[in-house]
Ligand binder design. Sequence first.
Ligand SMILES: NC(=O)C1=CN([C@@H]2O[C@H](COP(=O)(O)OP(=O)(O)OC[C@H]3O[C@@H](n4cnc5c(N)ncnc54)[C@H](O)[C@@H]3O)[C@@H](O)[C@H]2O)C=CC1
Ligand SMILES: O=C(O)[C@@H](O)C(=O)[C@H](O)[C@@H](O)CO
Length: 315
Amino acid sequence: MSEPPSQNVALVGLGSIGISFAALHLRFGAGTVTVFDTRPDLEQHIESVLPGYLSDEPDAAAILSQLRTQGRLVICGSLAEACADADVIQEQGPENIRFKREIWVEVEESAKPTAHFWSSTSGIGASLQSQDMKDPSRLLVVHPFNPPHIMPLIEIVPSPKTDPQEVEFARDYFDKLGSGHRPVVIKKEVPGFVGNRLAFTLLREASFLVKNDIVSVKDVDAIIEASLGPRFAVQGPFRAYHMGGGTAGIRAFLDNLGGTIQGVWDSQEGVEFGSGDRWEEKVAKQTEEAYGMPDPWQFAERDEKLRRVLDTQRK
Ligand SMILES: NC(=O)C1=CN([C@@H]2O[C@H](COP(=O)(O)OP(=O)(O)OC[C@H]3O[C@@H](n4cnc5c(N)ncnc54)[C@H](O)[C@@H]3O)[C@@H](O)[C@H]2O)C=CC1
Ligand SMILES: O=C(O)[C@@H](O)C(=O)[C@H](O)[C@@H](O)CO
């Protein structure tokens, strides 16, 4: 078992993703975690959310208090303070290009010359984010799946200007974290990287089906939960279809089902945001009627089930 990473990590933006990454670095890393967010309720937000991510035990609040007393977690009043002694600066700010471009210029001014820059963005490539930076080679996309303190996938996406050593550093960091995270290097920048392209392709088709009253939101979810969900938890699509071809494997699968698959692909239509048919309203209304609004209990239930699935996956 290798030693946990000792790098100090600065987290810029402590919303859904940032506070989850704080839990991950605090639980499995050995360095200091400095956090900065412009939200006025940062301290209360940390006190209310972070304990539950750090531990399932009743004394989770005491664990947080100890981390702060020990100086492992430092709530900072400025970006400069958070970045000053950080070896890794990870942003989880708003998903808009203006914020991403501006924040890296500010970070460059405050960070050590040796610090590594990671963006948690869902789909804005480092080449877009780094346009105003002095040294774009320092920036790397390190894209998590929500919540990163539980979900293992980390998509590492360099821009053409990213120093290849940044990729190796990030991969090594998550390999050594000992948290069971699975870093995957994406070879070329493409909008949404890979996980989200696949997820959003499914979302587009699911939205098409609901928009055209072919099936309800709740039944789409039931179909996924009763089939693809469990299947993809144990085997990804290519391995699953390789098995689907029987002993002749995926070649037989493609030969036998190619015509049917092509017919489905040819029948699929685009779904456009703001197209006027108000499919977004239909999807949102059905989702809210089916599940109510997400609350702490629902998040806790999700996390507990995810942990159980991942424990099974790792056996
Ligand atoms: N929510 C999700 O499921 C996932 C989100 N991401 C990405 O992570 C990033 C953050 O997303 P969320 O955590 O969901 O957003 P969020 O809205 O929950 O959090 C964003 C945080 O940034 C803070 N912020 C705004 N301006 C700031 C500034 N100038 N300096 C410091 N902090 C500032 C806000 O106060 C807020 O707490 C986005 O780029 C998103 O695409 C990536 C994977 C999954
Ligand atoms: O699905 C996830 O957790 C991530 O891949 C994302 O980036 C999210 O889809 C995010 O874009 C919105 O939740």
